[in-house]
Design a protein around this ligand. Structure first.
Ligand SMILES: *[C@@H]1O[C@H](CO)[C@@H](O)[C@H](O)[C@H]1NC(C)=O
Ligand SMILES: *[C@@H]1O[C@H](CO)[C@@H](O)[C@H](O)[C@H]1NC(C)=O
Ligand SMILES: *[C@@H]1O[C@H](CO)[C@@H](O)[C@H](O)[C@H]1NC(C)=O
Ligand SMILES: *[C@@H]1O[C@H](CO)[C@@H](O)[C@H](O)[C@H]1NC(C)=O
Length: 736
């Protein structure tokens, strides 16, 4: 029974999911306006929070930390009186439109465009603030926001906005560059700590976004800036770092490095350690060469003449040349290795046409491109994991980032690369549940806390209206023992999308599993009460409630009462009759069973349903009645009914019922009774996000929908197996 219970929940869930998909399929998506060209996310901070604080400027109110979404438009909808008069004419109307359907991207772009046209700072400020809570991955608007603050003369606020934006989208190379440019344009470079601050921002940017395939511009800017500052050694160090990163323009960095080395004396561009080491090595080899030469010359040189001495401290032209050669020989090896990494990724990168966030749906091929890339990068990780366990030195030698034990370095590097890829992917595919789920599946075995953070991001920021991922999250929390959090997730979802049957059933099941029967019961009672305007939904919840009372609460009388009450509202509902009959049959009260049949025969039901119910009554009487008289009387009543309603085929054979089939169909009768109502029209869910693609086999296996699709097919009544395969004529009277 438990199985049937949760199957139905799952099926209902799938159904609603499909409905939503269908609905989404119809929506025309609006454009993002400003495309993110290279967008990606920080991997060091895997859980960028939604922007939590707002500069409390003149009534532009805060959205609250976990209200990124549409649930709670209230804080926005009440502009402070002080400014209301100041706002441009159409602001209120456009603002309201956006608030009313926050998932409609066009409403937002209309609002933002209008504010920009009007050049109204307060209005723009408020619009951007609200917009970015919903769409934090639109880095272009963060840039506009920064510029707005800067234009209104507040550099500090502009910097704050940069920081908030980068928390939301730490892999945005553009936004990092914007941040650096803001500092370059506003900091007083005469202050001694200004270069330090800028260098720190560069470093943070490289840590967050420097592994991105499209991070070249940030690296370039950093190198150029260090050169401008006259820190040639720093520039070399940065070029050395980027030489190990597979990027789109990897070869240009190498060219710059060669140019850099060749145009400066080694002493000025190399770290003192490297310089000394190479110099010593070169001098030694020089000496060895000279010695060899000298030995040859010795024989030819006139006696008495000596070799000319080389002055100490000044590198000869020859030595410099030798050092440079060595410097580049070392780099060339690194470059070749990196080129190999780039080569392996190239066609995956080529296949990705839209690396930035956009509300427009991605086509199937684009999603597939991401999946293939992830598949490949995962295979690399597994390969290296194997190598590392077989040959520890191999992984260590390659590791670009020594972390932990050296033999783990290769794995750590690949894990890092994979995470970077996931984070990039989840910018472009932020509106696709399947990719969030995939990321979570990768993270969960490593670290549940990280997986949880990703759920939080997905559900609270990007997919506030997708029931599936919320329910997955709740399941995740329940699996990890956090019932309270599972409860909160489902409650929040229900608040956001009131009236979803699947969510109410999930909540009920959660409470039941948690041993909170009363809570489960009251959730269903509330659902029954709230659906009094919708008879079929009312009947559906009543059946659910009755089953809970009967099967779990073992309170037959109360279950009966619930069904009888529901029948008063919906006497035409065959599922109610069937379930009540099941209940009476299992309670084994002959009187109640026949009473139930009588009630059904008087109800506005179809002939077939009536016959079915009557047959059930007859079968019960057969199986359990102690008096042949009463069996015959039930039988005759049934015959009479058949004659009255006519038209039921009778099979020739007697007693050929397959016991398996029968028990299955008995089970199904309740299931079917309940499930056919399981999908009342869901409330209108405004959706402007792209349709989630058809669930992959993996996902359905994980969530268990695939296995249960047959549960949802209502068996035809013939399938109950009574009237077609049982010739009652032959049962009690000799054939005529
Ligand atoms: C609100 O705006 C007024 C003038 O427009 C300004 O003087 C004041 O400092 C602002 N308040 C805040 C909290 O920024
Ligand atoms: C920085 O110092 C230079 C020379 O010391 C001076 O000419 C310049 O005006 C200063 N700049 C600022 C922004 O103070
Ligand atoms: C770069 O150069 C500056 C000044 O020469 C120095 O203080 C700093 O430590 C260097 N930074 C790096 C990352 O090499
Ligand atoms: C059945 O439920 C009713 C109503 O909740 C309650 O009054 C009654 O005591 C319950 N009976 C049993 C046997 O639990």
């Amino acid at each position: 029974m438990k199985g049937a219970f949760s199957c139905r929940v799952l099926m209902t869930c799938l159904f609603i999911f499909l409905l939503i998909m269908a609905e989404e399929g119809r929506e025309e998506m609006s454009s993002n306006g400003e495309p993110d060209k290279s967008a990606a996310m920080d991997t060091s901070d895997l859980s960028p929070r939604p922007p939590t604080e707002t500069s409390e400027e003149n009534g532009s109110k805060d959205t609250g930390p976990e209200a990124p979404a549409e649930t709670d438009p209230a804080p926005f909808s009440a502009p402070s009186e002080a400014q209301e008069g100041d706002l441009p004419a159409d602001f209120e109307r456009l603002w309201k439109a956006a608030q009313d359907s926050p998932q409609d991207f066009t409403c937002w772009t209309d609002l933002l465009q209008y504010c920009e046209q009007e050049g109204h700072v307060v209005a723009s400020h408020r619009a951007l603030e609200a917009f970015l809570t919903h769409y934090p991955l639109c880095y272009g608007y963060w840039k506009k926001f920064v510029d707005l603050e800067r234009r209104s003369g507040s550099n500090d606020k502009a910097e704050e906005v940069c920081i908030r934006g980068l928390q939301a989208i730490p892999m945005s190379v553009d936004l990092w560059i914007h941040y650096v440019n803001l500092l370059l344009g506003t900091l007083d470079m005469n202050l001694s700590d200004s270069p330090t601050r800028i260098r720190r921002v560069f470093e943070d940017g490289i840590t967050a976004a420097g592994m991105d395939f499209h991070s070249d511009r940030l690296w370039d800017l950093y190198v150029e800036w260090e050169k401008e500052q006259g820190n040639m050694r720093n520039a070399t160090a940065i070029l050395d770092r980027v030489l190990k990163v597979p990027t789109q323009l990897y070869n240009t960095h190498y060219d710059k490095l060669k140019e850099h080395i060749n145009s400066h004396p080694p002493k000025e561009v190399l770290s003192p350690e490297e310089y000394e080491e190479l110099r010593t090595a070169c001098r030694q080899s020089q000496k060895a060469e000279r010695l060899e030469q000298a030995q040859q010359e010795e024989e030819e040189r006139p006696p008495g003449e000596e070799e000319p001495p080389t002055p100490e401290g000044v590198d000869s032209e020859e030595l410099v040349q030798k050092i440079k050669e060595r410097v580049l020989a070392v780099r060339d090896k690194v470059y070749q290795e990196n080129e190999e990494e780039v080569r392996k990724r190239w066609h995956f990168e080529e296949a990705i046409k839209r690396p930035y966030f956009h509300v427009k749906p991605l086509d199937r091929a684009q999603l597939q491109a991401w999946h293939s890339y992830l598949d490949w990068e995962m295979a690399e990780l597994h390969r290296d994991t194997k190598d590392a366990t077989q040959d520890p030195s191999h992984a260590a030698a390659e590791g670009s980032k020594p972390q932990g034990a050296p033999k783990d370095a290769g794995i750590a590097r690949n894990d890092h690369r994979l995470r970077v890829l996931f984070e990039r992917c989840l910018i472009a595919c932020a509106l696709y549940e399947e990719l969030w789920t995939r990321y979570i599946r990768y993270l969960e075995p490593q670290n549940a806390e990280e997986a949880r953070a990703v759920y939080r991001r997905a559900c609270q920021i990007h997919l506030p209206h997708r029931p599936n991922i919320h329910m997955q999250w709740a399941t995740f929390e329940e699996r990890h023992g956090d019932i309270a959090e599972a409860r909160r997730v489902l409650e929040e979802l229900e608040k956001r999308l009131p009236g979803l049957v699947v969510v109410r059933l999930r909540r009920t099941a959660l409470e039941r599993r948690a041993g909170q029967l009363e809570k489960a019961e009251s959730l269903l009672r509330e659902a029954v009460a709230q659906s009094s305007e919708k008879p079929s939904l009312h009947a559906f919840y009543s059946i659910k409630l009755a089953r809970l009372l009967l099967k779990v609460g073992r309170n037959c009388s109360e279950a009966r009462r619930v069904l009888q009450e529901a029948l008063e509202m919906s006497p035409e509902n065959d599922k109610l009759h069937l379930n009540l009959l099941e209940l009476e049959v299992s309670d084994a009260s002959a009187e109640a069973v026949q009473e139930c049949v009588r009630r059904a025969l008087e109800a506005p039901l179809t002939p077939n349903t009536k016959i079915l119910l009557s047959q059930r009554g007859l079968q019960f009487s057969e199986d359990f009645s102690s008096s042949i008289k009463s069996v015959i009387s039930v039988y005759e009543a049934h015959q009479k009914l058949l004659n009255e309603l006519g038209g039921t085929k009778r099979a020739a054979e007697n007693g050929d019922e397959d016991p398996d089939k029968q028990s299955k169909t008995e089970e199904d009768s309740t299931v079917a009774a309940a499930t056919t109502q399981a999908a009342p029209t869901p409330p209108h869910v405004p959706i402007t996000t792209p349709p989630p693609p058809v669930m992959s086999a993996d996902v359905s296996a994980q969530t268990g929908y695939g296995a249960y699709s047959s549960w949802y097919q209502q068996p035809p009544y013939g399938g109950y197996g009574y009237h077609n395969s049982w010739n009652y004529n032959q049962g009690y009277y000799p054939p005529s």
